[in-house]
Design a protein around this ligand. Sequence first.
Ligand SMILES: [Zn+2]
Length: 308
Amino acid sequence: MNKAFLIGAAVAVTMSLPIRASAAIKVITSTQDLAAIVAEIGGDKVSVESLARGYQDPHFVEAKPSFVFKLNKADLLVVVGRELEMGWLPPLITQSRNSKLQPGGSGYLDASQTARILDTPTGAITRAMGDVHPSGNPHYWLDPANGRRIAKAIQGKLSELSRGDSTYFSQRYADFDRRLAQAEARWTTALTPYKGTKVVTYHRSWSNFAEAFRLDVIGFVEPKPGVPPSPSHTLTLMHEMKRQGVKVILVEPYFDLKTPNAIARDTGAKVLVMPPSVGGVKQTTDYIRLFDYNADLLASTLKSATGR
Ligand SMILES: [Zn+2]
């Protein structure tokens, strides 16, 4: 047995010891992005698990019976809100028979409450029209300023649930805030040369990201959020991309590449698969690494596509 293995085994044993198992706040989140931020703030005072995986479309997650069991045992449920989980989560919350986790309960946190929300509809839009963003854009975690707001809301909720640990949570928030600010400077530097670059995205996932990093999203492969591409919409989009000289199509990893590839062939644009969530690809293991990965990927793609 080599030394590295022994150290590894020792670490594994240490980590599995239930040091604070009875006191740890059991947190379930709908998405891995929220789980990553809960881990930043909660440290070893929480155990946290996400129901959806980062490589899944968060609007359409297959509900498993194990989700109900996990919700039943949880002290806190953190959701993205703005109807993102509307298609799968509400019945699971009901079935969990956990009164704390019902909307409005002491163990329910809607992270959108304090976030900056874009694309808020002005007219009457309902899900019946197929639009899965009837309450504004639910992909708001893709602006680091919203990541900070989510972290603050989580800090407040965890402190409420475990008052004795409030100093610990506030120190961890301060540390996350500091690291996030340093990272934001890095991402801004990487993407500043491409300020104002026109792009097309598959789903309307990147509104907040585009605002934060000054990209100009001029169209979407989907005719409406949640509605699959149609031939007539695709033709109009290709015409507009050529007119405006769009060089890049951003596609979330869970969409079929057939239409984006056809658009790319016709327009000369490049398809870039970019993960909108922690866990979307193996390198995006936490909230800051998600943006590190995307800023690098986008900057190098825009460099080769635009020659800037
Ligand atoms: Zn969406």
